[in-house]
Design a protein around this ligand. Sequence first.
Ligand code: DX5
Ligand code: ZN
Length: 207
Amino acid sequence: MVEIAPSMLGADFGEMRKAAELVAPESGYLHMDVMDGHFVPNITMGSDLVKSLNGIGPLDVHLMITDPCDFIDDFANAGAEIISVHIEANNPKEALELIKKHNIKAGIAINPSTPEEAIDSIVDYADIILVMSVEPGYCGQSFYEGTINRVRKFKKKYPSKLIEVDGGVSAKNSQQLIEAGADILVAGSAVFNSDNPIHIIKLMKQG
Ligand code: DX5
Ligand code: ZN
């Protein structure tokens, strides 16, 4: 069954704990978007903020940072159950190996503009392929339609890997993504801009 992972970047940062507690009972993971202002043009959260939500729900940490190897221990110690790094970042293979040393799931993230084959040589080191459906950096961007086909291709090529989709995901495209083979759907604005986040999560789970 598909898991929904609300992106906490879409929540009000002043009410982060409350938002996490609200969505966690219906969520597979709480998705935490870490940005360094260098790999992407935005700065978001560090390991202390991630740690502050530890125990509310399983934490899925998405590192959009240039040098992930420098911070993996911090995020693993903060309680992450998944850590994903980008194929476009420095030393992704070493980063995946570092993540696996913590006995947690490792994800390889790929931007929409990066050719699919880019992950071929290191996908063996990952448990999850994190397929970006927007160029990373911000919540609330439009879903890139080509993602559905990409998910289908990745699932066919790598059936043993979990496929996670991130960016512009909502109840409008969840069904197509699930049919294409998605295992985890990340949603920020679709969940947190709604008056009823739990209802949206349930809708997306149904496909
Ligand atoms: C984009 C982030 C996403 C984003 C999702 O850089 O990685 O996780 O917060 O937000 P929505 O669902 O609003 O696109
Ligand atoms: Zn993300």
